[in-house]
Design a protein around this ligand. Sequence first.
Ligand SMILES: NC(=O)c1ccc[n+]([C@@H]2O[C@H](COP(=O)([O-])OP(=O)(O)OC[C@H]3O[C@@H](n4cnc5c(N)ncnc54)[C@H](O)[C@@H]3O)[C@@H](O)[C@H]2O)c1
Length: 252
Amino acid sequence: MTPARSRRPGAPTRTERGIPEATVARLPVYLRALTALSDSGIATASSEDLATAAGVNSAKLRKDLSYLGSYGTRGVGYDVEYLRYQIAREIGVTQDWAVVIVGIGNLGHALANYSGFGTRGFRIVALLDADPSLVGERIGEMVVRDFAELEEIVASDRVSIGVITTPAGPAQEVCDRLVAAGVTSILNFAPVVLSVPDGVDIRKVDLSIELQILAYHEQRKSGEAALPEVPELPATMNGLTDLPSVGGGVGA
Ligand SMILES: NC(=O)c1ccc[n+]([C@@H]2O[C@H](COP(=O)([O-])OP(=O)(O)OC[C@H]3O[C@@H](n4cnc5c(N)ncnc54)[C@H](O)[C@@H]3O)[C@@H](O)[C@H]2O)c1
C-alpha cells in the first residue's frame, strides 16, 4: 500500500512538478526582467545582473532557476532568450490564454485599456458588465458586452481565465457563473474571499494589503532610525518579505 503523503510542517507548498509555490510566484518577475534585457539587446546575463533586474537576491534566483533545471554557464551566465523560453513554458505563457473581465467600472476600464497583456500571452476576448447603460460602450478596440452572454463567450473562445472587477456584493455570484461556464482560473480584485470548487485556481489582488506590508517596512525603517536597539522580529513577520508582489500577479 502506498503511504499517504503528508507535508512536513513549515515545508514550502509545492506544485505537482515539485516547484515551491513561492518560486512559481517569482517566475513572472524573472520573465519580465528577461524580456526587458532581451528588448535591450542583451544576450547573456549573470545571475547578479538578472537578480538586480528582478529585484531579488542572486542566491534566491539561482535556487529558483535550478528548479527549472537551469544553472547557467560558469563565467558566462544565463542565455537570456533560452531562459525566457524556459520560464514562459513553465508558466504556460508560450500559448495564448483567453481572458474575460467582468465588471467594467473604474478598474475594469483601466485593465481594458492596458495594452501589456497581449505581449505576455493573455488575450482579452470580452469585457462584460451587467449594467445596460455600459453595454455597447467602446473601449479601445473592444465593446462592452452583456454579462448574460458569458456562457456563450466562454464556450466559443475557450476562455480559461476570468478577472472579477465587480463590487464585493455580486463577486461570489459572478465567480459561480464563471466556474459553471467552464472558467478554471480566477483573478479576483473584489475585497471578498471567494469560494471555488477543487480544480479552480483563484488569486486575489489586494492593493491595500500590499500597502500595509509597505507600511510595516516603513515603520520598521523609521523605528530602526529612532531606536538603536530594536528587538528581533519573529521569523513569521520577517517572512512577509517573501510575499509575491501585486505587480507580478496582474502582470502590470
Ligand atoms: N484589489 C485592489 O487592489 C482594488 C483596487 C481598487 C478597487 N478594487 C475593487 O475592484 C472592484 C471594482 O472597483 P471599481 O472602482 O471599478 O468599481 P465600479 O463600481 O466602478 O465598477 C464595478 C462594475 O461592476 C459591474 N457589476 C456589478 N454587479 C455586476 C454583476 N453581477 N455582473 C457583472 N457586472 C457587475 C457594475 O455595473 C460596474 O460597472 C471593487 O470590488 C473594488 O473594491 C480593488
